[in-house]
Design a protein around this ligand. Sequence first.
Ligand code: M6R
Length: 612
Amino acid sequence: MCGIVGYVGRHAATPVLLGGLRRLEYRGYDSAGLSVQDGKELLTLRAVGKVSRLADKVRAEWPEELQTRRVVGIAHTRWATHGAPTEANAHPHADASGRIRLVHNGIIENYRAIRAKLEAKGHVFASETDTEAVARLVGEYYKGDLRKAVIAALRQVEGAYGIAVISADEPGRIIVARKGSPLVIGVGEGECLIASDPSALISHTRRVIYLDDGDVALVTADSVDITDLNHAPMDRDVAELEFEPGAVEKGGYDHFMLKEIHEQPESVRNALRGRLDLLNGTAVLSGMGTGARELLDLQRIVMVGCGTSLHAGMVGDFAFEELAALPAEVQPAAEFRYRNPLVDGRDLVVAISQSGETADTLAAVREAKDKGAMIMGLVNVVGSTIARETGRGVYLHAGPEISVASTKAFTGQVAVLLLMALKLGRGRRLSRERGLALAAEIARLPELIEAVLRQDAAIAKVAESMAKHEHAFFLGRGPMHPVALEGALKLKEISYIHAEGYHAAELKHGPIALLTPGMPVVVLANRSPVVDKTLGNAEECKARGARIIAIVTEGGPVAAIADDVIQIPDCDPLVATIPAAVALQLLAYHVARLRGCPIDQPRNLAKSVTVE
Ligand code: M6R
């Protein structure tokens, strides 16, 4: 979604800002803009479309000398919410004097009331956005101290924001503030950067300060001074970013998605590192913080998440019930707080999120906290809001996931959920023998994934026929049902093929009416106690002329009916969800590539969904 970059320091701001915006392109956006402070003036440019159009505009309209002068600046990529993606609606927005500029992520809920008040005072708005109301409000309060004006304005504002503000009258300063929308300050040598996502600043510095909700910071080249909205000083630690700058490069792959698919042996290895106890057949997850007593007392696990993270939770649901004999359920995070959920102190609520910033998942965490439940985060991005608000949890250690389509986060989430289920199971009723066997299977995950990746070319061949269709089904049973949902989600989001995932037995209760001759039906038919039933469901589709693409276990019963077969190594059915998902990721990738789709940044999508 929207992205923020800011710079103040010893280098020219414009190239740093444009570079930062390029780093944030993966998040999804539809317009971009930047403002720089030059002497006594603010200069602003905005453009609809890609950051490259904004860069072209900079080159065409600003003299080279200005582009390389040392200046302070803020920049933004906008994903339209209030008003169409037009130049007028793009950020940075100005106050009435034009001497203050502001960029904003989030949604101002009472912007209509603020706008009406300001219009009654004679303001003429230049955009349809909620953001402009805040920019103008800051201008109303400005009496020579930008931080004071920002605080006064924010005290009037309801909703979520991460903002960065500069003034023509205060050279060398940026004011930033956050509530509900992430902001991080990069602290370099004689320079500071601001970003809504650390990937925009990793090539400049690894030292960062994560702002908390309610923080307002005055940032200069050499200092960061943080207060709350009552002007009381706040202390925030400087943290060290974990990942390398190369992690946000394509590294020779055509797309981030393909790179991230191929990173999975390593990312899953990182998720497992130091956490599998192969001698005792259990897992060591200190971040869970559950002692022996708490484990026995747990009455239920509730997982919340959105999209791919929700699907990972659905796999976890099977694992918790089977291994730990623990009632488990998965709820779409967007629904959780509106249904007045039944949770209490003996329930463990696990918030699953790659970004750690998804608005609905965060709201579910807050609701569960209010209800007194135990909370845990299963998050990839270190220092993200969900990671910090949950207080305890397990990081995925998958490294930055840049492609909008989530891949390595899913396999990392499932791997960690399996570890959690193993640990809870061993603390409750899982036998040592079963624990040892399962731990050994989980340890094989990197090699299982590698075996699927070796079939890349064969899967690309299977994609050729699929790419010609506009509809597809994905079928699975048990823990492979959520993998079918995930396979369908991957295909639809990057190839724009209409794809539906179903429980294999559900098809004949309605959706089978949609089957037409030649329609691709992907069937997850790995070794499992119900594989014959699944193959029977595949037969039903075949009898109606469908083209069957079967994901099967090596050496297992290969469905004679299958038109195409993709093999995964023989392994435990819960563990098999991971190599099977990798096969479906590759399938979706190759279909999208053959259809010429913009794989890393599909239309209408954003990497992290920070609005409800
Ligand atoms: O960052 P999160 O895991 O909380 O994001 C949740 C979903 O927005 C995300 O998984 C989305 O469904 C992906 N585009 C799927 O590939």
